[in-house]
Design a protein around this ligand. Structure first.
Ligand code: RB5
Length: 145
């Protein structure tokens, strides 16, 4: 199950991402927001992050104006590794090397065609493991005391 959320600035992309997931046959849960009315990104990032921390969702896709606010909030949650990705290469490496479990993108930063490819790449790339296993482990052992 994939957790999806956005604030008002990412709302249109969130709706488009849902169509991409439908096409891919992937299940998701939409944690809001539900319109382009101004709202606060931490509320939505927190709701989706809680679902991941609890194990109800395995991955997340969070969208705001820049992707930055969503990533900051998500990364405050235990076990979350959120990556702001502005390119397909970043999305691929975030999975290969960082085992990122949350993708964040910015609707005011990255064009839709790229975002569609970024989402597909993020969801279809597996963690490389090996030397990265130890490094990813340290993210949590050093910071989540
Ligand atoms: C909203 O105006 C904007 O600040 C928000 O979407 C996001 O970009 C924050 O990081």
């Amino acid at each position: 199950m994939i957790a999806i959320a956005s604030d008002h600035a990412g709302f249109r992309y969130k709706e488009q991402v849902k169509r991409v997931l439908d096409e891919l046959g992937l299940q998701y849960q939409d944690f809001g927001t539900d319109s382009e009315q101004s709202t606060d990104y931490p509320d939505w990032a927190h709701r989706a992050s809680e679902a991941i921390v609890s194990g109800r969702c395995e991955r997340g896709i969070l969208i705001c104006g820049t992707g930055i606010g969503m990533a900051i909030v998500a990364n405050k949650h235990r076990g979350i590794r959120a990556a702001v990705c502005e390119s397909v290469t970043a999305a691929r490496l975030a999975r290969l090397h960082n085992n990122a479990n949350v993708l964040t993108v910015g609707e005011r930063i990255t064009g839709w065609e790229s975002v569609a490819d970024i989402v597909k790449t993020f969801l279809s790339t597996s963690f490389e493991g090996g030397r990265h296993e130890r490094r990813v482990g340290k993210i949590h052992s050093l910071t989540e005391l």
